[in-house]
Design a protein around this ligand. Structure first.
Ligand code: ADP
Ligand code: LRH
Length: 485
């Protein structure tokens, strides 16, 4: 069986043709295009948008390139959305979650809806850009809107004409009840968000509709079903984490963001989980992703962008090789600090963070990249340990999936920092999870997650990294005490 998986990441979008059969799971990358924020001026400032029409155009180009398939599924980054009016017209361009429109909004909302209550209902971590806060930030404009569609649902609507909200991505909005698995309508109303905006929910694996006939004729696309996959990219990525049943594993979905945590059967809603700012997102087959967002390779990407904007030519492979040669744990910063969220001059922010904690800032490009990678591994260590403790589990192996698998230095340092082996791969976990859920929906067997993961283990190249030491506890102490190395 051959299906098309559209996997839209914050740094690139890709369309894969996936082939599934007994003992067979293959991805053929038929189209890839860059993605990222677009800053546009307005009176008194600027707004950071996604290029949603470009994303749609490239999605269509990818679907054409995929050729003959039996199904199409779309996953993307979470939380962002487009608003439609009653006629289905898009009201304004979707705003990027790194835009400053949500500055201070969470603090305002939690004055009337206490954080403990918000967490109890939704199970979500506090991120300034949760859909709830984005909608509150544009409350005055909501009267004109009829429906809010998350990014994959918006593209599905353009492909099929059907409106709905796939459940795994709906669970990232902070407007979704983690226990009843329905929209938290009361909470929406109290926050001033019209409940009519929240469309009917659909399950991963259900059928969204069929590619519209006009598209099929105009572009030569096959008139095939569009399947609701785990449309949150992290939900799809976790489907393809090749965990062995019966092992104690954690996962890190390492791309623009690093999503670090465990798969649970039930949400973990303790005071300690709230205090540690862990999230309970909904996964495929009713699982819970108990994890925390770590700022991720975004900081490295932005660093390269900053250097390039100054006219320096930098290759990722070159600076990573320099970083591997630079002294280990010379300086570390807390990458989860809010100053690393918006686009901007990351080298300057890292220098400032080192000074604030009494550490000598990195002086070469290699040392600066080493600081980022060491700091990322340190954040992984802290988060894996916290997740295990909060869930009352031990962790004997850490699975790393996503683009970060290609960063061998990061994988080795992750094993060192966590003190357990890392199993790295697959790189394209989200696309594989997307393909697997479609294949099951279209009758390819694969009764459960265990069967899907067994197929991933059987067919995908994985690399094992053994822990090799380092004084990570001392490095961790430097984040808070500011003691010199
Ligand atoms: P997203 O889905 O968020 O767009 P990906 O999972 O595609 O992210 O991961 C992108 C990241 O993977 C890049 O930011 C980069 O740091 C890392 N990466 C990709 N290719 C390589 C490579 N060849 N070597 C090292 N790192 C890589
Ligand atoms: C990763 C991701 C993550 C969200 C973020 C906005 O791509 O979906 O799970 O928190 O984007």
């Amino acid at each position: 069986m051959r299906v098309a998986a559209v996997d839209l990441g914050a740094s690139s979008g890709r369309v894969m043709a996936g082939t599934v059969g007994p003992g067979r799971l293959e991805l053929d990358e038929v189209h890839r295009f860059p993605n990222g924020p677009v800053r546009v001026a307005r009176a008194g400032g600027s707004t950071l948008y996604w290029d949603i029409l470009g994303i749609y155009r490239e999605t269509l180009a990818g679907l054409r390139a995929a050729g003959d398939v039996s199904g199409v599924g779309i996953d993307s980054w979470a939380v962002d959305y487009g608003l439609l009016d009653e006629s289905g017209t898009l009201l304004g361009n979707p705003v990027h979650y790194r835009d400053s429109r949500t500055d201070g909004v969470a603090e305002q909302v939690t004055k009337s809806i206490p954080l403990r209550e918000l967490f109890d209902v939704t199970g979500l971590q506090q991120l300034p850009f949760n859909t709830l806060y984005q909608l509150v930030s544009e409350r005055d404009r909501l009267a004109a809107a009829d429906t809010m569609l998350l990014i994959p649902d918006l593209l599905n609507y353009w492909l099929t004409g059907e409106r709905g909200a796939e459940r795994t991505n709906a669970s990232t909005t902070q407007l979704f009840d983690v226990r009843s698995r329905t929209w938290a309508l009361d909470l929406a109303e109290r926050a001033g968000i019209p409940p009519r905006l929240l469309p009917p929910l659909r399950e991963p694996g259900s059928r969204v509709g069929t590619i519209r006939a006009e598209l099929a004729t105009e572009l030569g696309l096959p008139e095939v079903p569009v399947i609701a996959v785990g449309s949150h990219d992290t939900a799809s990525a976790v489907v393809a984490v090749p965990a062995e049943p019966g092992t104690n594993s954690a996962y890190i979905s390492s791309g623009t963001w690093s999503l670090v945590g465990l798969e649970l059967a039930e949400p973990e809603l303790s005071d300690a989980a709230l205090a540690a700012n862990f999230t309970n997102e909904g996964g495929v087959d009713g699982t819970i992703r108990f994890l925390r967002n770590v700022m991720g390779l975004w900081v490295l990407t932005e660093t390269l962008r900053t250097w390039e904007a100054r006219g320096e030519r930098v290759e990722l492979a070159t600076v990573l090789a320099e970083a591997a040669e630079a002294p280990a744990l010379a300086a570390v910063v807390d990458l989860d600090a809010p100053e690393f969220l918006p686009p901007g001059d990351m080298p300057a922010r890292i220098t400032a963070a080192c000074r604030e904690t009494g550490q000598r800032p990195p002086e070469t490009r290699g040392a600066l990249v080493r600081c980022i990678v060491d700091s990322l591994a340190l954040a992984y260590r802290r988060t894996v340990r916290q997740a295990a403790e909060l869930a009352g589990r031990s962790v004997d192996v850490v699975h790393v999936v996503g683009g970060g698998v290609r960063n061998e230095l990061l994988c080795q340092l992750t094993a060192d920092a966590c003190g357990v082996p890392v199993l790295a791969g697959p790189v394209e976990a989200a696309a594989l999870g997307n393909v697997l859920v479609q294949a099951r929906a279209l009758g390819a067997g694969l009764p459960d997650l265990a069967a899907m993961r067994a197929l991933v283990r059987e067919t995908q190249a994985l690399r094992r990294y053994e822990p090799s030491g380092g004084d990570w506890a001392a490095a961790e102490a430097r984040l808070t005490t500011g003691a010199l190395a």
